[in-house]
Each structure stands twice: as structure tokens, then as C-alpha cells.
Design a protein around this ligand. Structure first.
Ligand code: PAF
Length: 277
């Protein structure tokens, strides 16, 4: 496994990769969810590249970038046994040198949900993912369904900008009690950890209603709200029942649908979602 930082070294290492290349973009502090993306990429591609970069431009002014967990040595020891060929770990100065001024922005679908709570977030994500795609030139790129809006925005960007690659969205990896795996789970303290399963329960309750024939989107949103309200530690930020591709809120559920939510437990902000249909 080759680990490089500079663009010069990355280009040389990329040239030596054989066949189809799968890219797993990450911000490090890897967990089983990331490892499942890497395993999938290994199955489907001849060579696998992983990027590890805590992207400053997707953090808001009120989000503490300096506190984002980082442990490169641990990350490398987790991915080496999976047979990863190349790791790119650029510095912020390599990605955003002095005078940097070019941004990639997807419009309407970045405004609701996470975009409403984190206004500059997706501009940072789409810009850095564009830079990763341009530098590594993968044939396939792997993202987790856990960040459902991010995955939808990147699919849209790839279509709109004619990136010659396939976006593969992989299922959310969960703890035994249903909590979606996330690097942020490590911030959950004391009783907030067991209480965090309320997101999974709220989504499961709405899914059961859907499977029982409920198609009224407002009723599904209400079921999620009522379930969340039963957990006093959970503070709901939003619940949504939206079209899977456009992320527009629905009146009635017919095609592929995204149930999603953001909830605060103490100071930790969690998101989760289920796909229906
Ligand atoms: O999902 C993430 O970890 C990040 O948003 C990504 C896609 C690596 C871009 O920084």
C-alpha cells in the first residue's frame, strides 16, 4: 500500500495503478462503515484508492474543525489488511493553496435538510469531491447511504458535470442496536449513547407504517416525530419524507423515497435515514 501526500507523488502513484480504479473518499477516523465501502470497492475494481482528508471547507463557523477526530496511524493499520493500493492524505495547503478561488455548487437540492442547518456544507463537499475525482480519476466512487443527501448531491453533480465515473452508494452499517455508524458517535456521552437508538426506532416505526400501507407522507413524518418525542434526551432538528433523487418533500409516497432526520443528543448531532420503495 502506497501512502502519498503531494500532488506530484499522487500522479506518479496513480499512473502505476492497474485496471479499473475504485475510490473511497473519507475524512479518516475510519469505522466499519468505511471498511465496508473499501471491501465493496475491492470486489468491484482492479485497484482501490482511499483518500483521507478532513476537508475544512465543509465545516461551518460554528462547527469545530480542530476537534474532528483524527488518527492516521490507526486508519492506515485498518486499511492495509484490506488490500488498498493507494492512500492519498493531502494537507489543507495542497488542496486549498493561497489564492484558491474555485468552487463547485449544486443548487436546489442542497438547500433543504442538512443544507438548511449547514449552509456552506455541500459547497465544500462538492468542491473537494470534484478535486478528488480530478486528481485520482477513478472509474467508480463509493459513498455511504448514511449521508443520504450527500450521496444524492454527488450523483446529481456527476450527471450534471459529465464526470466519467459511476457513483456507488452502499448500505448504512449499523451497531447491533441499530445506531448508524459514524465518526461522531464517539462524542455520545453516558446515557446519550443508548438514547441514540431512538433515530433507528423512529425510522423503523415509519417504515412499518409504510409496509402496512400508509402512503401519506405527512403521517409518516408525524410517526417519526412522535417516536422521537418519547425520548427526552433527543432534540429533533428535522424529519423528512422526500423524493429519493430530488429531495423534495412529498405529499404522497409513490416511488423511491427517503425518510431522514437530524437529532441532537446532548451536543452530538446525529443523522440517519431509511430508503423506501
Ligand atoms: O463523507 C465524508 O466523509 C466527506 O463528506 C467526504 C465525501 C469525504 C468529502 O470530504
Amino acid at each position: 500500500m502506497k501512502t502519498v501526500s503531494t500532488l506530484f507523488d499522487l500522479r506518479a502513484a496513480r499512473l502505476s495503478l492497474y485496471g479499473t480504479v475504485g475510490l473511497v473518499p473519507t475524512m479518516g477516523y475510519l469505522h466499519e462503515g468505511h471498511l465496508s465501502l473499501i471491501r465493496r470497492a475491492k470486489l468491484e475494481c482492479d485497484s482501490v484508492a482511499v483518500s483521507i482528508f478532513v476537508n475544512p471547507t465543509q465545516f461551518g463557523a460554528n462547527e469545530d474543525l480542530s476537534k474532528y477526530p483524527r488518527d492516521l496511524t490507526r486508519d492506515l493499520s485498518l486499511i492495509e489488511p484490506l488490500g488498498v493500493d493507494l492512500v492519498w492524505n493531502p494537507t489543507p495547503e495542497i488542496m486549498y493553496p493561497a489564492g484558491y478561488q474555485t468552487w463547485v455548487e449544486v443548487e436546489a437540492m442542497t438547500r433543504p435538510l442538512e443544507g438548511a442547518m449547514r449552509p456552506e456544507h455541500f459547497k465544500g463537499v462538492t468542491t473537494v469531491v470534484t478535486k478528488l475525482f480530478n486528481a485520482i480519476q477513478p472509474h467508480k466512487a463509493y459513498f455511504g447511504q448514511k449521508d443520504a443527501q450527500q450521496a444524492a448531491v454527488i450523483r446529481q453533480m456527476v450527471r450534471d458535470l459529465n464526470f466519467p465515473l459511476e457513483v456507488i452508494v452502499c448500505p448504512t452499517t449499523r451497531e447491533a442496536d441499530g445506531l448508524a455508524m459514524s465518526s461522531r458517535n464517539k462524542y455520545l456521552e453516558g446515557a446519550d449513547r443508548p438514547a441514540a437508538t431512538i433515530l433507528f426506532h423512529a425510522l423503523s416505526a415509519a417504515k412499518s407504517a409504510y409496509e402496512g400501507g400508509e402512503r401519506n407522507a405527512e403521517k409518516l413524518r408525524e410517526i417519526m416525530k412522535v417516536t422521537l418525542a418519547a425520548e427526552p434526551r433527543a432534540q429533533m432538528q428535522y424529519v423528512s419524507c422526500a423524493d429519493y433523487d430530488t429531495l423534495e418533500e412529498l405529499d404522497m409516497v409513490s416511488g423511491k423515497t427517503l425518510l431522514s432526520m437530524a437529532v441532537l443528543l446532548g451536543k452530538t448531532r446525529l443523522i440517519d435515514n431509511f430508503v423506501l420503495g
